[in-house]
Design a protein around this ligand. Sequence first.
Ligand code: ADP
Ligand code: MG
Length: 498
Amino acid sequence: MGRVAVALAVGVAVVACAVAGVAVGRRVRSKKKWNRVVGVLRELEEACETPVGRLKQVVDAMAVEMHAGLASEGGSKLKMLLTFVDQLPTGSEIGTYYALDLGGTNFRVLRVQLGGRRSSILSQDVELQPVPQHLMTNSSEDLLDFISSTLKEFVEKEQNDSETSIRTRELGFTFSFPVKQLSIRSGILIKWTKGFAIEDMVGREVVECLEAALNKKGLNMRVAVLVNDTVGTLALGHYHDCDTVAAVIIGTGTNACYLERADAIIKCQGLLTTSGCMVVNMEWGNFWSSHLPRTSYDIDLDVESPNPNDQGFEKMISGMYLGDIVRRVILRMAQESDIFGPVSSRLSTPFILQTPLMSAMHEDDSPDLNEVARILTETLELPEVSLKVRKLVVRVCDVVTRRAARLAAAGIVGILKKIGRDGSGGIAGTRSRSDIKMKRTVVAIEGGLYTSYTVFREYLHEALNEILGEEVAQHVSLKVTEDGSGIGAALLAATYSS
Ligand code: ADP
Ligand code: MG
């Protein structure tokens, strides 16, 4: 072999070694990066853990906070607002009643015709209008004008039925913002939430404002009840099934109400009720306990929100936030490694990944997770990622949703515990489970997160069974009450009509 040939052979060997070395180095580096990403996932999983023992601590904390909120004004982060609803519809209501439902993204006008036998809603008409964005922040006059015009058109469309045109129409008003209730049909707006901000209405009596606007339009209508969406849902639940004792909303936000003994409402001793009971609006979105499994993502989300330190429970559970928690985890993963390519500006944009997109990724059952890939590229503008990375994203959705659903379940059991329906013999828990005869207990439930996100719903049911134990869980059922927030207000208008 000539010298040139030897040199060439050595050169080739050196290059080959170097190439192999680079490949090995790259593999090692990419393995390291992957490990960092898996580390982020493991940390998330750990921080979101909700073993049944921890859930039971949340149950106890909820029951304790409920007590504190009932004992004194400001006694707890749970406001435990009185609703003055001391009777719920029974099914015997007769006649035609109306309702207005304001408080989410849509405004609804409804009419129900009641036949007088249980569950005989003879007919119901609903008209839905998205609330125009500018009306959410203009003057109260503009918003009330929009409401009364929509109602007027709705009423004018009805057939000239002599019964309804002669008599004053009775109206239920579902107004799902924090209100300090003064009576069954009056209350003062404490503050706006959910993107509404009409300053000239804060501190004013809501029904007075509405009735003035209705009068201006020449509408012969009387507001018989002022309620929020949870109370409407409880009313519809009770109309269909008188074992319904509580209602929970899990949609954009989350809240609950339940039927309490009037003598347990210590802050209002001597409160007069016809039934000895009253529905209490918990405003449970603001519940907080050190037992809640909190992550750095929750802390960042809260700090950056317009209402820091507020609505802590809601920020871990409801549809407004779950997608954004997932986005924050993906962002952290992208910062730790380049498995998602360079950090896109979309990925850094709060609330760009909405919860329905998160659930679409979570429930993607295609073998290649095509829906996950599509949402990552279209919504977050990430490059096409491998199947392994897509699976990782699904796992993140799973962890965030599972925690949310299990905490919501713990909240529900907290209510049951407060009213002695969790099979434990009340808050003191002195009696043994076998001594207790469980009453059939129904919780009405509504909201897009619960009704449209199957995995969420399944995790919630699973946790409910785990916490209560199978024997007790048999006596507790969750019943979806569609459109309860509006129909329930019309039913209450019937119950309370003059
Ligand atoms: P609102 O709470 O505004 O009165 P809904 O009860 O209809 O309205 O809930 C709507 C919320 O439910 C949405 O903001 C969204 O967070 C959630 N949601 C709706 N559809 C889905 C879905 N398919 N998957 C997950 N969440 C959903
Ligand atoms: Mg709603």
